[in-house]
Design a protein around this ligand. Structure first.
Ligand code: SAM
Length: 263
């Protein structure tokens, strides 16, 4: 069997854990799954056996070709970088909403999460995602304001999904074992928890703010406010947000008010 490729974050799940993960996902015949990073197919085969259909996106040419060669009748394998795939076009003919599953490559799990959150369309495109993550990233998903793990990921998740922690796995659950503990979480996508005005503006404020988390809110907001043709002071005043706070003290509601103040 080919060696695991480190640059693709390959840590293959051991058979003993596959049943637990499939049990947590609980696929049914009427569902279509998008699997991110099928690898050697440890999850893909049992998913395809239980679900109606599986679309699997794998970056590694050799592994994608091996899986393709198995000719599993309800499986479509795409050899591509998940982050480059045009999801709307690629999944246009699939039954929606799709469910998502994946033992994610840890080196790109944050961009993958942002991508899923951006594409879920309030649960109409993706209904939910059951994902294996580095425990540290799982902690960032559910972090509350004031914690060091709190940032852009926690804010987007609070806005767009409900999160459940399903399993914790030791390094020995994978070959080769990673250096870290892993966690399986389920995100259930839903409409935004609060009106953010223009979602693009909201996203820019969140990113601008957490790129400069050591500054005060007033200072961290200045470059974004300038780029939007507003002053930081004006936005803080209209949103009734205290500019002397640090960004990590702001709730999703505070940032939503700042975003609406731009309109
Ligand atoms: N699902 C398999 C398992 O559980 O044994 C493999 C999981 S392994 C942690 C991550 C998989 O994602 C690898 O097969 C890797 O090649 C693939 N991968 C890495 N980066 C990717 C990307 N950007 N797009 C799609 N697949 C990717």
């Amino acid at each position: 069997m080919a060696n695991a490729r480190k640059r693709f974050g390959q840590h293959f799940l051991e058979a003993a854990w596959v049943a637990k993960l499939i049990g947590a996902i609980a696929p049914t015949q009427d569902q279509t799954f998008l699997e991110i990073g099928p690898g050697r197919g440890a999850l893909t085969r049992p998913l395809a056996a239980r679900a109606g259909r599986v679309v699997a996106i794998e970056i590694d040419r050799d592994l994608a070709a091996l899986l393709e060669r198995e000719s599993i009748q309800n499986l479509r394998v795409l050899q591509s970088d998940f982050l480059d795939v045009d999801l709307r076009a690629t999944l246009a003919d699939e039954r929606r909403p799709l469910r998502v599953a994946g033992n994610l490559p840890y080196n790109v799990s944050s961009p993958i999460l942002f991508r899923l959150l951006g594409a879920a369309d309030e649960g109409r495109f993706f209904s939910d995602a059951t994902l294996m993550l580095q425990k540290e990233v799982a902690d960032r998903l559910v972090a509350r304001p004031g914690r060091k793990e709190y940032g852009a990921l926690a804010i987007q998740v609070t806005l767009l999904a409900d999160v459940d922690h399903l399993l914790t796995l030791p390094p020995g659950a994978f070959r080769p074992p990673p250096k870290v503990t892993s966690a399986v979480v389920r995100l259930r996508f839903r409409p935004p928890a609060v009106d953010v005005g223009d979602p693009k503006v909201f996203e820019r404020i969140v990113r601008g703010m957490f790129l400069q988390r050591r500054k005060t809110v007033a200072n961290a907001l200045r470059p974004v406010a300038d780029s939007l043709g507003r002053s930081s002071g004006e936005l803080l005043e209209r949103a009734q947000v205290d500019g002397t706070l640090r960004p990590e003290a702001l709730t999703v509601h505070d940032i939503a008010r700042l975003s609406r103040a731009v309109l």
